[in-house]
Design a protein around this ligand. Sequence first.
Ligand SMILES: [Zn+2]
Length: 309
Amino acid sequence: MRFAPRRARPREGSASAEASEGRKSFAPSYCHNRFHRKFEIGSSLFRRVDLTLNSSLARAYPNRAQVARIVTEAWTAANLYCPACPSDSIEPTLPGTKVVDFRCPDCEEPFQLKSLSHPIRARVNDSAYEPMIRSVETATAPSFLFLHYDPVQWMVWNLFFVPRHFLSRSMIEKRAPLRPTAERAGWVGCNILLSALPSDARLAAVTNGIALPPAEVRKTWRAFSFLRDATLESRGWVADVLACVREIRQPEFTLAEVYEFEGRLQELHKDNRNVRAKLRQQLQVLRDRGVLEFLGHGKYRLVLAPQVG
Ligand SMILES: [Zn+2]
């Protein structure tokens, strides 16, 4: 089970070989730079997350993509906590590890970091299509960490997690094969369709330069962790129906309003013969998990507040 390599093995003496060596050489210093300040707010302690990127790391690397990777990986290793458990750090995997960039030392949650110098849009390029779909189907895909940084001020501007329990076929889009003239002619990549996810699947940790309390992020992660035990089909249905409910943008809504998404859900689940029955079943799952309340007479109310995306 392998994605296309995210980091091609560099040739000896090339700029990327130097970068790779550089990564190895500064990796141990993460621990010395770790920035763990705790602040007492009422009766609870939380760690303030430093959003400053270490721009001095960028000087050694002429390639912009390489700079982004080096600087944001260093920041993540030094500052970011695990959203899935109380661990106040996640650790980089060994250089050359495919797919998984970080792993929690306590709960072992795997993460893939995607860093962008522009706002994160509805569609984000990812690696090869077939391995990605297979990893989603076999529940071996990591959780994602989307980081938008400001390359002028060298600050983390937006950051959100997409827990792997929300990953389903609906959010993986196949791209057209590369042209015959391309270096990797015929290679088929994929896009991650963030627009296909319910807002609950985008767990904001930093919004417009402001870090949210980790306790809030962890609470939202836990609210939907029940999906981890669901089958891929069930997980996809819950996420798709929740995305429709969120799109209504009302705390209270009716079954008739959810039925308006029948065409879209049929398109996403072509083999299903009775979308309405399946849809009602997902609403029951969401009610049983405390996400919705049934008010009677085909009316529903959302219990969890929508997440900031
Ligand atoms: Zn953890």
